[in-house]
Write a protein that binds this ligand. Structure first.
Ligand SMILES: *Cc1c(COP(=O)(O)O)cnc(C)c1O
Length: 354
Protein backbone atom coordinates (compact mmCIF):
# COMPACT_ATOMS: atom_id res chain seq x y z
CA UNK A 1 0.00 0.00 0.00
CA UNK A 2 1.35 3.44 -0.93
CA UNK A 3 1.52 5.63 2.17
CA UNK A 4 0.36 9.22 2.04
CA UNK A 5 2.71 11.75 3.61
CA UNK A 6 0.53 14.82 3.35
CA UNK A 7 -0.96 14.55 6.81
CA UNK A 8 -0.68 12.64 10.08
CA UNK A 9 -3.32 10.99 12.21
CA UNK A 10 -2.39 10.90 15.88
CA UNK A 11 -4.11 8.39 18.13
CA UNK A 12 -3.94 8.84 21.89
CA UNK A 13 -3.91 5.40 23.49
CA UNK A 14 -4.10 6.66 27.07
CA UNK A 15 -7.32 8.48 26.22
CA UNK A 16 -8.55 5.22 24.70
CA UNK A 17 -8.00 3.43 28.02
CA UNK A 18 -9.67 6.28 29.84
CA UNK A 19 -12.73 6.14 27.57
CA UNK A 20 -13.09 2.45 28.42
CA UNK A 21 -13.07 3.31 32.14
CA UNK A 22 -15.69 6.03 31.57
CA UNK A 23 -17.97 3.54 29.81
CA UNK A 24 -17.35 0.87 32.46
CA UNK A 25 -18.41 3.26 35.20
CA UNK A 26 -22.00 3.01 33.85
CA UNK A 27 -22.03 -0.80 34.06
CA UNK A 28 -22.29 -3.49 36.72
CA UNK A 29 -18.84 -4.61 37.81
CA UNK A 30 -19.33 -8.14 36.45
CA UNK A 31 -20.38 -7.05 32.94
CA UNK A 32 -17.99 -8.42 30.35
CA UNK A 33 -16.69 -6.15 27.59
CA UNK A 34 -16.21 -6.86 23.92
CA UNK A 35 -14.26 -4.06 22.23
CA UNK A 36 -15.49 -3.48 18.67
CA UNK A 37 -12.52 -2.82 16.38
CA UNK A 38 -14.18 -3.33 12.99
CA UNK A 39 -13.29 -1.03 10.06
CA UNK A 40 -9.68 -0.98 11.26
CA UNK A 41 -10.74 0.20 14.69
CA UNK A 42 -13.12 2.86 13.29
CA UNK A 43 -10.12 4.19 11.36
CA UNK A 44 -7.74 4.33 14.32
CA UNK A 45 -5.85 1.08 13.69
CA UNK A 46 -7.38 -2.17 14.90
CA UNK A 47 -4.12 -3.83 15.94
CA UNK A 48 -2.92 -0.97 18.15
CA UNK A 49 -6.37 -0.40 19.66
CA UNK A 50 -6.83 -4.11 20.40
CA UNK A 51 -3.32 -4.55 21.82
CA UNK A 52 -3.83 -1.56 24.10
CA UNK A 53 -7.20 -2.76 25.37
CA UNK A 54 -6.46 -6.48 25.54
CA UNK A 55 -5.50 -6.59 29.25
CA UNK A 56 -8.74 -4.80 30.18
CA UNK A 57 -11.42 -6.34 27.99
CA UNK A 58 -12.80 -9.86 27.59
CA UNK A 59 -13.15 -10.12 23.82
CA UNK A 60 -13.00 -8.28 20.52
CA UNK A 61 -15.33 -7.98 17.55
CA UNK A 62 -14.45 -7.29 13.94
CA UNK A 63 -16.59 -7.25 10.86
CA UNK A 64 -14.52 -9.22 8.36
CA UNK A 65 -12.90 -12.59 8.75
CA UNK A 66 -9.70 -11.03 7.38
CA UNK A 67 -9.70 -8.40 10.12
CA UNK A 68 -9.84 -11.23 12.65
CA UNK A 69 -6.95 -13.05 10.96
CA UNK A 70 -4.90 -9.84 11.03
CA UNK A 71 -5.44 -9.47 14.79
CA UNK A 72 -4.41 -13.08 15.41
CA UNK A 73 -1.27 -12.66 13.28
CA UNK A 74 -0.38 -9.60 15.36
CA UNK A 75 -0.66 -11.58 18.58
CA UNK A 76 -4.13 -10.75 19.87
CA UNK A 77 -5.11 -13.82 21.92
CA UNK A 78 -8.53 -13.10 23.44
CA UNK A 79 -11.71 -14.33 21.74
CA UNK A 80 -12.56 -12.50 18.50
CA UNK A 81 -16.12 -12.50 17.22
CA UNK A 82 -16.56 -11.97 13.48
CA UNK A 83 -19.84 -10.21 12.64
CA UNK A 84 -19.92 -10.87 8.92
CA UNK A 85 -22.02 -13.61 7.35
CA UNK A 86 -19.78 -16.67 6.87
CA UNK A 87 -18.97 -17.74 3.34
CA UNK A 88 -18.71 -21.34 2.36
CA UNK A 89 -15.38 -20.85 0.57
CA UNK A 90 -13.58 -19.38 3.60
CA UNK A 91 -15.42 -21.09 6.47
CA UNK A 92 -12.42 -23.26 7.40
CA UNK A 93 -10.48 -20.10 8.33
CA UNK A 94 -12.50 -19.60 11.51
CA UNK A 95 -11.13 -22.81 12.93
CA UNK A 96 -7.61 -22.29 11.57
CA UNK A 97 -7.32 -18.89 13.30
CA UNK A 98 -9.48 -19.65 16.32
CA UNK A 99 -12.06 -16.99 15.45
CA UNK A 100 -15.67 -17.04 16.61
CA UNK A 101 -18.12 -17.11 13.71
CA UNK A 102 -21.58 -15.58 13.64
CA UNK A 103 -24.32 -17.99 12.63
CA UNK A 104 -27.42 -16.32 11.26
CA UNK A 105 -28.72 -18.87 8.74
CA UNK A 106 -29.14 -22.61 8.76
CA UNK A 107 -26.55 -23.39 6.06
CA UNK A 108 -23.78 -21.90 8.20
CA UNK A 109 -23.98 -24.93 10.51
CA UNK A 110 -22.89 -27.12 7.59
CA UNK A 111 -20.12 -24.85 6.34
CA UNK A 112 -18.15 -24.42 9.58
CA UNK A 113 -15.58 -27.17 10.23
CA UNK A 114 -15.63 -29.37 13.33
CA UNK A 115 -14.51 -27.60 16.47
CA UNK A 116 -15.44 -24.06 15.33
CA UNK A 117 -16.86 -21.72 17.97
CA UNK A 118 -19.78 -19.51 17.07
CA UNK A 119 -22.34 -17.09 18.42
CA UNK A 120 -25.93 -17.05 17.22
CA UNK A 121 -27.33 -13.76 15.93
CA UNK A 122 -31.03 -12.97 16.25
CA UNK A 123 -32.73 -10.04 14.54
CA UNK A 124 -34.99 -8.51 17.19
CA UNK A 125 -35.63 -5.32 15.24
CA UNK A 126 -32.47 -4.11 13.53
CA UNK A 127 -33.71 -5.55 10.25
CA UNK A 128 -30.29 -6.77 9.22
CA UNK A 129 -28.62 -10.16 9.71
CA UNK A 130 -29.94 -12.72 12.16
CA UNK A 131 -32.55 -15.38 12.71
CA UNK A 132 -36.08 -14.20 13.41
CA UNK A 133 -37.18 -14.53 17.06
CA UNK A 134 -39.90 -17.00 16.02
CA UNK A 135 -37.15 -19.38 14.91
CA UNK A 136 -35.57 -19.59 18.37
CA UNK A 137 -37.01 -22.94 19.37
CA UNK A 138 -36.17 -24.58 16.03
CA UNK A 139 -32.62 -23.19 16.09
CA UNK A 140 -32.07 -24.38 19.65
CA UNK A 141 -32.68 -27.95 18.42
CA UNK A 142 -30.26 -27.51 15.54
CA UNK A 143 -27.62 -26.23 17.98
CA UNK A 144 -27.94 -29.52 19.88
CA UNK A 145 -27.75 -31.57 16.67
CA UNK A 146 -24.53 -29.89 15.58
CA UNK A 147 -22.47 -30.91 18.60
CA UNK A 148 -19.35 -30.87 16.40
CA UNK A 149 -19.46 -27.06 16.76
CA UNK A 150 -19.26 -24.95 19.94
CA UNK A 151 -22.05 -22.48 20.54
CA UNK A 152 -20.57 -20.02 23.05
CA UNK A 153 -22.81 -16.98 22.75
CA UNK A 154 -26.01 -15.42 21.51
CA UNK A 155 -26.58 -11.83 20.51
CA UNK A 156 -28.76 -9.22 18.89
CA UNK A 157 -28.29 -5.57 17.88
CA UNK A 158 -30.28 -2.44 18.78
CA UNK A 159 -31.53 -0.10 16.07
CA UNK A 160 -32.34 2.96 18.21
CA UNK A 161 -30.05 2.93 21.24
CA UNK A 162 -28.05 5.99 20.12
CA UNK A 163 -30.51 8.18 22.05
CA UNK A 164 -31.98 7.70 25.54
CA UNK A 165 -35.65 6.89 26.06
CA UNK A 166 -36.49 4.83 22.97
CA UNK A 167 -39.39 2.40 23.45
CA UNK A 168 -38.07 0.32 20.58
CA UNK A 169 -35.01 -0.50 22.69
CA UNK A 170 -37.24 -2.02 25.38
CA UNK A 171 -39.20 -3.94 22.75
CA UNK A 172 -36.02 -5.42 21.30
CA UNK A 173 -34.76 -6.18 24.80
CA UNK A 174 -37.97 -8.08 25.62
CA UNK A 175 -37.81 -10.06 22.40
CA UNK A 176 -34.18 -10.96 23.08
CA UNK A 177 -35.07 -12.13 26.58
CA UNK A 178 -37.69 -14.44 25.07
CA UNK A 179 -35.18 -15.77 22.54
CA UNK A 180 -32.48 -16.59 25.08
CA UNK A 181 -35.04 -18.47 27.14
CA UNK A 182 -34.78 -21.29 24.58
CA UNK A 183 -31.00 -21.68 24.99
CA UNK A 184 -28.69 -23.00 27.69
CA UNK A 185 -27.87 -20.37 30.29
CA UNK A 186 -24.10 -20.88 29.85
CA UNK A 187 -24.16 -18.99 26.56
CA UNK A 188 -22.73 -15.48 26.76
CA UNK A 189 -25.60 -13.09 26.00
CA UNK A 190 -24.93 -9.65 24.54
CA UNK A 191 -26.95 -6.95 22.88
CA UNK A 192 -25.78 -3.51 24.07
CA UNK A 193 -23.67 -1.19 21.93
CA UNK A 194 -22.20 2.07 23.27
CA UNK A 195 -25.58 3.82 23.34
CA UNK A 196 -27.40 1.02 25.10
CA UNK A 197 -24.63 0.64 27.66
CA UNK A 198 -24.61 4.36 28.46
CA UNK A 199 -28.31 5.23 28.18
CA UNK A 200 -30.15 2.01 29.13
CA UNK A 201 -29.81 -0.59 31.83
CA UNK A 202 -28.82 -3.96 30.41
CA UNK A 203 -28.06 -5.79 33.61
CA UNK A 204 -29.78 -8.93 32.46
CA UNK A 205 -27.18 -9.65 29.82
CA UNK A 206 -23.59 -10.81 30.24
CA UNK A 207 -21.57 -8.68 27.87
CA UNK A 208 -21.60 -5.30 26.11
CA UNK A 209 -20.12 -4.53 22.71
CA UNK A 210 -18.43 -1.13 22.87
CA UNK A 211 -17.43 0.69 19.71
CA UNK A 212 -17.75 4.44 19.14
CA UNK A 213 -17.49 5.33 22.82
CA UNK A 214 -14.00 3.84 23.04
CA UNK A 215 -12.93 6.23 20.31
CA UNK A 216 -14.29 9.13 22.33
CA UNK A 217 -17.63 9.89 20.71
CA UNK A 218 -21.25 9.38 21.72
CA UNK A 219 -23.34 7.44 19.18
CA UNK A 220 -25.82 10.26 18.56
CA UNK A 221 -26.78 13.73 19.72
CA UNK A 222 -26.68 12.98 23.44
CA UNK A 223 -23.22 13.32 24.92
CA UNK A 224 -21.61 10.86 27.32
CA UNK A 225 -19.84 12.66 30.15
CA UNK A 226 -16.09 12.07 30.30
CA UNK A 227 -15.35 10.70 26.82
CA UNK A 228 -12.53 12.33 24.84
CA UNK A 229 -11.84 11.83 21.10
CA UNK A 230 -8.61 9.90 20.63
CA UNK A 231 -7.93 10.93 17.01
CA UNK A 232 -6.15 14.12 16.06
CA UNK A 233 -5.57 14.95 12.40
CA UNK A 234 -2.78 17.30 11.40
CA UNK A 235 -1.32 18.65 8.22
CA UNK A 236 0.82 21.59 7.08
CA UNK A 237 0.40 24.65 4.91
CA UNK A 238 2.15 23.73 1.67
CA UNK A 239 1.77 27.11 0.04
CA UNK A 240 0.69 30.62 1.00
CA UNK A 241 -0.10 33.32 -1.49
CA UNK A 242 -1.39 36.85 -1.32
CA UNK A 243 -4.82 37.28 -2.78
CA UNK A 244 -6.63 40.47 -3.69
CA UNK A 245 -10.24 41.18 -2.81
CA UNK A 246 -12.76 39.47 -5.08
CA UNK A 247 -10.36 36.82 -6.42
CA UNK A 248 -12.25 33.52 -6.90
CA UNK A 249 -10.96 30.30 -5.33
CA UNK A 250 -11.37 26.67 -6.41
CA UNK A 251 -13.78 24.79 -8.70
CA UNK A 252 -16.86 26.66 -9.72
CA UNK A 253 -15.22 29.93 -8.65
CA UNK A 254 -17.94 30.14 -6.03
CA UNK A 255 -15.94 31.77 -3.22
CA UNK A 256 -14.32 35.17 -3.62
CA UNK A 257 -11.85 36.79 -1.23
CA UNK A 258 -13.72 39.36 0.90
CA UNK A 259 -10.61 41.56 1.16
CA UNK A 260 -6.93 41.63 0.30
CA UNK A 261 -5.09 39.05 2.37
CA UNK A 262 -3.49 35.63 2.29
CA UNK A 263 -4.67 32.26 1.08
CA UNK A 264 -3.19 29.08 2.56
CA UNK A 265 -3.22 25.75 0.75
CA UNK A 266 -3.36 22.46 2.65
CA UNK A 267 -2.60 19.14 0.92
CA UNK A 268 -5.75 17.41 2.19
CA UNK A 269 -8.90 16.87 0.15
CA UNK A 270 -11.84 14.55 -0.15
CA UNK A 271 -9.61 11.63 -1.11
CA UNK A 272 -8.14 11.92 2.38
CA UNK A 273 -11.53 12.05 4.06
CA UNK A 274 -12.10 15.79 4.21
CA UNK A 275 -15.61 15.49 2.82
CA UNK A 276 -16.46 17.75 -0.12
CA UNK A 277 -19.74 18.60 1.59
CA UNK A 278 -17.69 20.43 4.22
CA UNK A 279 -16.57 23.03 1.64
CA UNK A 280 -16.97 26.44 3.24
CA UNK A 281 -18.28 24.85 6.40
CA UNK A 282 -15.27 24.11 8.57
CA UNK A 283 -12.58 26.04 10.38
CA UNK A 284 -9.08 24.69 10.79
CA UNK A 285 -6.71 25.78 13.51
CA UNK A 286 -3.22 27.27 13.18
CA UNK A 287 -1.29 28.21 16.34
CA UNK A 288 -4.53 28.35 18.29
CA UNK A 289 -6.38 30.64 15.83
CA UNK A 290 -9.27 29.56 13.60
CA UNK A 291 -9.41 30.08 9.85
CA UNK A 292 -12.20 29.16 7.45
CA UNK A 293 -11.88 26.56 4.74
CA UNK A 294 -12.93 28.41 1.58
CA UNK A 295 -14.06 27.36 -1.89
CA UNK A 296 -14.73 23.77 -2.84
CA UNK A 297 -12.63 21.03 -1.25
CA UNK A 298 -10.75 19.34 -4.12
CA UNK A 299 -9.50 15.78 -4.36
CA UNK A 300 -6.08 16.45 -2.83
CA UNK A 301 -6.10 20.10 -1.71
CA UNK A 302 -8.19 22.59 0.22
CA UNK A 303 -7.84 26.32 0.66
CA UNK A 304 -7.88 28.38 3.84
CA UNK A 305 -8.41 32.15 4.06
CA UNK A 306 -5.83 33.58 6.43
CA UNK A 307 -7.00 37.20 6.35
CA UNK A 308 -4.04 39.46 7.10
CA UNK A 309 -2.11 36.72 8.93
CA UNK A 310 1.11 35.58 7.35
CA UNK A 311 2.57 32.11 7.84
CA UNK A 312 5.53 30.21 6.45
CA UNK A 313 5.07 27.13 4.30
CA UNK A 314 5.27 24.08 6.56
CA UNK A 315 3.29 25.68 9.38
CA UNK A 316 1.22 23.07 11.22
CA UNK A 317 -2.54 22.94 10.72
CA UNK A 318 -4.96 21.10 13.00
CA UNK A 319 -7.91 19.65 11.14
CA UNK A 320 -9.51 18.12 14.25
CA UNK A 321 -9.26 20.03 17.53
CA UNK A 322 -11.32 20.57 20.65
CA UNK A 323 -14.50 22.06 19.22
CA UNK A 324 -14.16 20.98 15.61
CA UNK A 325 -13.87 17.23 15.79
CA UNK A 326 -15.44 14.36 13.86
CA UNK A 327 -18.75 14.94 15.66
CA UNK A 328 -18.85 18.63 14.63
CA UNK A 329 -17.97 17.79 11.05
CA UNK A 330 -20.66 15.12 10.99
CA UNK A 331 -23.36 17.43 12.29
CA UNK A 332 -22.57 19.91 9.49
CA UNK A 333 -23.14 17.43 6.70
CA UNK A 334 -25.96 15.41 8.21
CA UNK A 335 -23.96 12.32 8.99
CA UNK A 336 -22.49 10.66 12.09
CA UNK A 337 -19.03 10.70 13.64
CA UNK A 338 -18.64 7.01 12.65
CA UNK A 339 -18.67 7.97 8.98
CA UNK A 340 -16.22 10.84 9.37
CA UNK A 341 -13.76 8.66 11.33
CA UNK A 342 -13.92 5.73 8.93
CA UNK A 343 -13.49 8.09 5.96
CA UNK A 344 -10.02 9.21 7.06
CA UNK A 345 -7.95 7.45 4.43
CA UNK A 346 -6.10 4.46 5.89
CA UNK A 347 -3.05 5.33 3.76
CA UNK A 348 -2.42 8.29 6.06
CA UNK A 349 0.14 7.18 8.67
CA UNK A 350 -1.20 6.71 12.20
CA UNK A 351 1.10 7.77 15.05
CA UNK A 352 0.40 6.42 18.49
CA UNK A 353 0.79 8.42 21.68
CA UNK A 354 1.08 6.37 24.86
C1 LIG B 1 -20.68 -1.67 15.20
C2 LIG B 1 -21.39 -2.59 16.08
C3 LIG B 1 -21.35 -2.42 17.47
C4 LIG B 1 -20.72 -1.23 18.14
O1 LIG B 1 -21.59 -0.12 18.08
P1 LIG B 1 -21.20 1.28 18.69
O2 LIG B 1 -22.40 2.12 18.48
O3 LIG B 1 -20.03 1.77 17.89
O4 LIG B 1 -20.84 1.09 20.11
C5 LIG B 1 -21.94 -3.40 18.25
N1 LIG B 1 -22.55 -4.47 17.70
C6 LIG B 1 -22.63 -4.65 16.37
C7 LIG B 1 -23.31 -5.86 15.83
C8 LIG B 1 -22.07 -3.71 15.51
O5 LIG B 1 -22.16 -3.88 14.18
Amino acid sequence: MIKKTNSIVEVDLSKLKNNLQVLLSNLDADTEVMAVVKADGYGHGAVEVASTLEPEVDAFAVNDLNEGIQLRKQGVAKPILVFEVPEKSTATQYRVHNLTATISAQEHFDWLPNGTSYHLNFDTGMGRMGFRPEEAQRISKIVKDYDNLFCTGIYSHFATADQPGSNFVSEQQKLFEQVIGYFPSELTTHVANTGASAFYSNNSFDMVRLGIGLYGYPPGETSIEGLAPIMQWKTRLVQIKSIVANTPVSYGATWKAPMDGYLGIIPVGYDDGLKRGLSGNVQIQINGSRYPLVGKVTMNYSMVFLGKDQFKPGTRVDLFYSDSDAWDWASKIDTIAYEILTSVNTKIPREYIL
